[in-house]
Design a protein around this ligand. Structure first.
Ligand SMILES: Cc1ncc(COP(=O)(O)O)c(C=O)c1O
Length: 374
């Protein structure tokens, strides 16, 4: 099977992990800060907090943003459930704004329609690595005094108007799950320029506990620490961060390779009436985490099944979040986002990852064209 995505692990990645295994620290050691520093420098922010995964990164960001009972947070339905679940974790209510039919990202005009006196924040998700219309989102946020969190799980290395995703909003989260732009196995990060958020994120990652004298209410001695808030054990290990540091050195190479694969797909499907290729917002660079096509005039399910039968493990990103039974049972039965549902009924993600071979891509292209008759 040719998968839709997979990690790229090379010999030096393995050596980096082995070195940590032989060292004194498997967790809470020096590799954590080293990895945080590399990501912070890369995206151009002051602070980064490495954490156990992209979901805990979102949870931590919502906590730092002060989301709580009665607060509404607007996000997209066309995403992985974690982008909305994090609001529930904090006692808030996710509210879904429809997506733009061209970019598949959250539509700023619909954000504005969904704002109420309880709205506290917006979670913008850069689907497939394609940056959202951040200027429009920030304009709305300023007007209504809302925080902006970006779910950049797909978008490490993506750029919006010459700036890296991660440097644009109050907080941005990343995921390092194996199919993502770089991997640490499981892993995540939150980046911010705000010191107040940074301190809350650091506390939240590790039980709400601190040893920082400036934050403690008293100090009984060198053994002392205090729990200041209710946090979790969301720590990431040095083993994972060593892999992360090694992968960061390759990120630009990975992104370049993804872009080459995408332009080959775009060219191959350009004249194909039955396939809609991804649209790119002007003045942006996508990290191309996913290559999502829309299949027109054909039953998507049949195309999906035929491709799988032929050894191409296509996927669907995503089922609109509010359609899941948990959401249906928790007040979302009447929610409908017309564009998201229409897009969902046609989409397929084709294989895209740095080590995808030319002949494999050629096979994907010919098979898709054959099935969709173009
Ligand atoms: C858009 C989006 N947000 C958040 C996450 C959660 O990341 P993780 O799997 O690292 O918890 C994912 C993971 O697939 C994702 O695709």
């Amino acid at each position: 099977m040719i998968p839709y995505g997979r990690q790229t692990i090379e010999e030096d990645d393995i050596q980096a992990v082995v070195e940590v295994l032989k060292s004194d620290y498997l967790t809470t050691g020096p590799k954590i800060a080293e990895f945080e520093g590399m990501v912070a420098d890369y995206v151009g922010v002051k602070y980064a907090v490495a954490i156990s995964n992209g979901t805990s990164a979102l949870h931590a960001a919502c906590f730092a943003a002060g989301i709580g009972k009665g607060d509404e947070v607007i996000t997209t339905p066309l995403t992985f459930a974690a982008s909305a679940n994090c609001v529930f974790y904090c006692g808030g209510t996710p509210v879904f704004a429809d997506v733009d039919p061209k970019t598949y990202n959250i539509d700023p005009a619909d954000i504005e329609r969904k704002i109420t006196s309880n709205t506290k924040a917006i979670i913008a998700v850069h689907l497939a690595g394609q940056p959202c219309d951040m200027d429009a989102i920030h304009k709305i946020a300023r007007k209504h005094n809302l925080l902006v969190i970006e779910d950049g799980a797909h978008a490490l290395g993506s750029e919006y108007k010459g700036k890296k995703v991660g440097s644009l909003s109050d907080m941005t989260t990343f995921s390092f799950h194996p199919v993502k732009p770089i991997t640490t196995g499981e892993g995540g990060m939150i980046v911010t320029d705000n010191e107040g958020f940074y301190q809350k994120l650091m506390l939240f990652r590790s039980h709400g506990i601190t040893r920082d004298e400036n934050l403690m209410t008293r100090n009984d001695g060198p053994w002392f620490y205090q729990q200041l808030d209710l946090g979790f054990n969301y720590r990431i290990t040095d083993i994972q961060c060593a892999l992360g540091c090694s992968q960061m050195k390759k990120l630009d190479r990975f992104l370049k390779r993804r872009k080459e694969i995408v332009s080959r797909y775009n060219k191959a499907f350009a004249d194909c009436e039955n396939i809609v290729t991804p649209y790119q917002l002007p003045d942006t660079e996508s990290g191309w985490h996913l290559y999502i096509i829309q299949v027109k005039n054909y039953d998507r399910r049949k195309v999906f099944e035929q491709l799988r039968k032929k050894g191409i493990a296509v996927n669907v990103h995503y089922i609109p979040v509010y359609m899941h039974p948990y959401y249906q049972e928790h007040g979302y039965k009447e929610v409908h986002c017309k564009n998201a549902e229409e897009i969902y009924s046609h989409i397929l993600s084709l294989p895209l990852y740095p080590t995808l071979k030319e002949e494999e891509q050629e096979y994907v292209i010919t098979t898709v064209k054959q099935i969709c008759e173009c």
